[in-house]
Design a protein around this ligand. Sequence first.
Ligand code: ADP
Ligand code: MG
Ligand code: ZN
Length: 482
Amino acid sequence: MPDGYETVVGLEVHCELSTRTKLFCGCENSFGAAPNSQVCPVCLGLPGSLPVLNRRAVELAIRIGQALGCEIRPSVFHRKNYFYPDMPKDYQISQYDLPVNVNGHLDLPDGSVVGIERAHIEEDTGKSTHIGATGRIKGASHSLVDYNRAGVPLVEIVSAPDIRSAAQARSYVSELRRVLVAAGASDGRMEEGSLRVDANVSVRPDGSTTFGTRCEVKNLNSFRSLVRSIEYESKRQVALLEAGEAILQETRHFDESSGETHSLRSKEEAYDYRYFPEPDLVPLEPDEALLRAAAVGAGLMPGERRRLLWEAIGASLEEHASGALADQIETVIDLELDRLVVDAVAAGADGRLALARAANEAAANPESARSLGAGSFAALLQLESSGSLSATQSKAVLTVLTEEGGDPSEIAARLGFEGLGDAEIEELIDGVVAAHPEEWSRYLEGDGKVAGFLLGRIMRESKGRANGKVVSTKLAERRSRA
Ligand code: ADP
Ligand code: MG
Ligand code: ZN
């Protein structure tokens, strides 16, 4: 961001709900079927067909509202009228001024809070594919349309303009994605279009208390595009302001190949959607029973899972503040390995070791690692903590354990890891000391840098069988005796 300016971002995230059927008909809601194979008179908008609201979609929408701390209110469906070939009814059923969820918030891992203005229910459109060099409608020879997605239930989550950087926008979408997956409302697959983001971006001089004019960048379907488009758009707007020009409120498209945004339409050309209440659907008034039904089946939210992990590893306040373990924590949460760590600690494993092994080694094969019993994971970690296995050996056992299951001590024996006895380690140290007398005397004089060198030599001589911690302790003992 250029000096002297601040970016302001508000995000609109469209989330496809993982229901079995569509929002207003019984057609299957799934990704990847043959084009136009999951359609019926309702989702094709044929005359005389009538919508019937999918109860499961309403439950999941309310569950999203609950997860985001929203107020859940009676709501009304509206028709949003516009013509587009992928929307055969010529209107989209959406919620307008009376959405089901309002006034929530999303807490980000760094402690910042982003307000949620609303999270409303609407139907998805079909999908057009433009055949031509660029894949854009301009210059295409012809277009194809697939209505399988028409009528798929969506919840559109609209944030307040509380986001202040591209990095925070990224963090917001990742955390929202985790919440939606934990709620069981979405599969979170951005690459399949399950989550699509529109970014509203404006800039203002540092210290300004009013917002600048915003531009809306449509249809960002990856984290990379989200970050690049916000960065590009911020710079473009600052350059305009610096040149004394005004920013026009407009809708823009992000071009992934050039990394630039281009104008699609200005505010003056904005659609007049002629919203009016959908006459074929009654207002939705959630009662206590529906609110309870919605809450059943929601999993633990990421904030709570993070708290359990910090607690399990017994991190200090300084570690929280420095964020030293934060990357490992986010990795195990994203790979759904947090339960394994928490349970292994409850079964007696060292928390930090459990976290490190889960975030680094188990992460290589998360699918299998998820079905690893916490008991055998804990047993392996104890072999390592007690010095019976070196770190290298422990990692090798973990690989086998994750792939085949079984008993860690038996696997260790099978791999020939007897662990080195005290006498053998002393012998290795003697050898390295004799081979490097100069480094050894520097070590004895208190040169901290040479300790790593000696340790490395000894570990190499042991072919990874020595336990690093034990070797370090022995080296320190020799020094204090010298
Ligand atoms: P619309 O109906 O045109 O989509 P909304 O008022 O619903 O407009 O706002 C849409 C999004 O734009 C929200 O996410 C909001 O946070 C964001 N937004 C509003 N004003 C600004 C601004 N000045 N800069 C950045 N984002 C903004
Ligand atoms: Mg909008
Ligand atoms: Zn249908």
